[in-house]
Ligand binder design. Structure first.
Ligand SMILES: [Fe+2]
Length: 612
């Protein structure tokens, strides 16, 4: 039985297809349309999922949407009524769109599905709706390697729920407790994202990256005025400081007065104040997450925890959960945001709707390393390269790896395009830009010459799973780059007093460890462990790099420039290669050097994408 899951119309539209409960394919729409966080109906992603399953659309048993439109409408309406007449501005702004598009979502979904498939299929009969947080919880539990687990979902907001505690037992998944809108950890974080001058719904990870530069001096102020945290981790926000129920912004003048000034203008210089604010909201978030996790551990007695929802992408908080050993095992859905809701919705239909049993694998999850997107054969890559006029070489795998390692160890930046594209926000070694983490200049150079940004965040490391504990204070697998841990002291350089007093990004430029390009100012790193069984080619590449350099680590950053979705096809990858100062491009077993290419093929890329 094939079931198609869809998330759309809010943020990060995506589609996923499962066959008898097994995930076959999944992808975000943005990768095809090249519109970052595209929220339109995921037409391309659906077409890809159907192609990858090699079925006719009529063979799909159910199409499941990841949330219930009417529940969401009810929330908007009741929120308006509760705050009337003050909420009129946001109500007036939201309602015409809602009435036109969302209330008729079922009709719209059916129409869009009909446009994909011209056969006579009754989509209306096949269409089901899951609930937003149940979709998240299902995406976290069903693909996890656990037979039984506690499940925590943390989000901005779905329909009504912002936080849910659930338990998974085999094929059963039951929600035990929920916290409802407007009380939301995700929206609290987003309020600070807005206040510190970043984009809500995409800049949250920048706030997390900024936090290590700051002192959490505003924690008391936040806890006294904005959020009341109970011992069990449940919380209430004082809505008089926030504007998201009644206005069009996140925070209001009362909030601004509390923190002594207006929000930072986007692109304005960052000051110590923003860093302290980021450190403070991060600390409060960690406190809530740890308390919620401890509470659910004691209530359920579970040894395993599954996490999903946008807030589960906060890898610093996840790292603390691991370090404090609140649970013996933690598994986090790699597509933790709304894209993963498409997967969860399909799994809800299979296990709960159709009441089908679930099988788990020992020490293995059901995500196939999150390599669930499109792949391109060597023939397709070669055809593309010939047609585009590129100069390229073809090698067997061993030779290819040797050539790439040579370039890496000469401080070259390499675009590494292999196999199936990753599902979720992270590049995990199939659509990645890779480099030598030992280089003192790499963090700066990659940012300025390739990503076109100045970043206060270091890059993330890909490390051979067998070597992780030699380099980091970390034992566990972290295949999805969702855990933060510290670089081992033996690999770090103590900063002197003068260096410690450097401001902001200057501090990042001090070589703080043997692998400075991936070490944050607080000596932390966002780790991806690379496993031979899930990505043998990437594992072989890093192993060879280790043989030559003694370092089992590569810099891994997503293959894109700022504001651009991660590359999907050979054409996207080649454009990005030619539009930036990437030195080498590797696609399948084909290798291209920038110095060989015809300069006429260069594109002006830098101006193409907006700031993210
Ligand atoms: Fe969500």
């Amino acid at each position: 039985m094939y079931i198609l899951g869809i998330s759309a119309y809010y943020h990060d539209s995506a589609a996923c297809i499962i066959h008898d409960g097994k995930v076959i394919a999944a992808a975000q729409e943005e990768r095809f349309t090249r519109v970052k966080h595209d929220k339109s109906f995921p037409l391309h992603a659906i077409k890809y999922c159907i192609e990858a399953s090699e079925i006719k659309p009529s063979e799909i048993e159910n199409v499941v949407f990841y949330e219930k439109p009417f529940l969401k409408f009810e929330r908007l309406l009741e929120t308006y009524l509760a705050f009337a007449p003050r909420g009129f501005r946001s109500f007036a702004a939201a309602m015409p769109i809602w009435i036109k598009e969302k209330l008729f979502q079922k009709y719209n979904l059916v129409k869009s599905l009909e446009s994909i498939c011209t056969d006579n299929v009754n989509w209306s009969e096949k269409l089901l709706f899951s609930e937003h947080h149940l979709s998240h919880a299902a995406s976290a539990f069903y693909p996890s390697p656990f037979e039984n687990a506690a499940v925590l979902t943390l989000d901005g907001v779905g329909e009504w729920t912002t936080t849910s505690l659930a338990v998974g037992r085999g094929k059963d998944l039951k929600v035990l407790k929920e916290i409802f809108f407007p009380h939301s950890l995700g929206l609290l974080y987003s309020a600070f994202t807005y206040y510190t001058g970043f984009k809500v719904n995409s800049g949250e990870y920048k706030v997390m990256g900024l936090a290590p530069y700051g002192e959490p001096k505003y924690v008391d102020l936040i806890k006294t005025h904005l959020i009341d945290i109970k011992e069990d981790g449940s919380f209430n926000l004082d809505m008089s400081y926030f504007d998201y129920c009644i206005g069009l912004t996140m925070t209001n003048s009362k909030f601004h007065n509390l923190f002594g000034g207006p929000p930072r203008k986007p692109e304005a210089e960052l000051s110590q104040r923003e860093m302290d604010l980021a450190a403070s909201v991060q600390k409060v978030t960690e406190e809530v997450i740890v308390k919620l996790a401890k509470n659910i551990a004691s209530e359920t007695g579970d040894k395993n925890l599954c996490l999903a929802g946008g807030v589960a992408l906060n890898c610093v908080a996840n790292g603390i959960l691991v370090k404090e050993k609140v649970f013996e095992n933690i598994w986090i859905q790699p597509a933790a945001g709304d894209a993963g809701g498409a997967l969860g919705a399909a799994l809800v239909a299979w296990h709960i709707g159709h009441n089908k049993d679930r099988s788990t694998y020992i020490n293995k999850d059901g995500m196939n390393g999150s390599y669930l997107g499109p792949e391109y054969s060597d023939n397709e890559i070669e055809d593309f390269l010939r047609n585009s006029g590129a100069k390229f070489y073809k090698f067997d795998e061993l030779e290819l790896i040797q050539k790439v390692v040579q370039s890496l160890s000469k401080e070259k930046a390499v675009g590494w395009f292999q196999g199936r594209m990753e599902f979720g926000p992270r590049a995990l070694g199939n659509r990645s830009i890779i480099a030598d983490p030992r280089s003192k200049l790499m963090q700066k150079q990659l940012n300025l010459k390739v990503k076109y940004r100045e970043s206060f965040r270091p890059f993330a490391p890909s490390i051979l799973s067998e070597d992780v504990s030699d380099w980091f204070e970390h034992e566990e697998a972290s295949p999805y780059m969702l855990l933060v841990s510290n670089v081992r002291k033996s690999k770090c350089n103590e900063m002197n007093e003068q260096q410690k007093n450097l401001f902001g990004i200057q501090k990042l430029n001090v070589p703080r460890s043997q692998v400075p390009a991936i070490t944050h100012v607080d000596y932390s790193a966002r780790i991806q462990t690379v496993h031979q069984d899930t990505n043998p080619k990437y594992h072989a590449l890093i192993s060879h790099f280790k043989n030559i350099t003694d370092c089992p680590i590569l810099v891994n950053t997503s293959f894109n420039v700022r504001g651009e979705p991660i590359v999907c096809s050979p054409s996207d990858a080649f454009k990005c290669f030619m539009g930036t100062e990437l030195d080498v491009l590797v696609m399948g077993n084909y290798l291209l050097y920038k110095t060989d290419q015809n300069p006429d093929l260069e594109e002006n890329y830098e101006e193409k994408y907006e700031l993210d």
